[in-house]
Design a protein around this ligand. Sequence first.
Ligand code: HEC
Length: 94
Amino acid sequence: MLTQLVFVAGDVSKGASLFKTRCAQCHTVGSGEPHKVGPNLHGVFGRHTGKAEGYSYTSANVNKGITWDEHTLFEYLGTSSVCLHTSPTPMRVL
Ligand code: HEC
């Protein structure tokens, strides 16, 4: 499950490789890196939805009106194998 995989305390490398295989095709994380299909996720924790500069979000994302933290993020991404992103089609990331 995502919760366990991404946030295993003290095992950052596991999360990083998960991110690389599951998220990096659409997201960059480095400061100042360009947006891909999805917005750059640098500093996404503590950020309000839909606030990455220069990225055109869907209104669903902008209007979601929450701040990203470990709870909202997991709810957003889904706890099952299907990712609940508000991107054009639900996608399977895990
Ligand atoms: C197939 C492409 C794709 C993959 C794979 C993907 N994303 Fe996304 N992601 C998007 C798109 C597109 C959006 C923008 C959605 C919108 O505007 O409604 C987005 C938005 C987000 C947001 C909201 C950002 C914000 O500033 O509000 C987060 C957080 C996020 N993704 C995390 C992840 C994580 C973590 C993974 C890996 C588990 C992942 N994404 C995998 C395409 C993807």
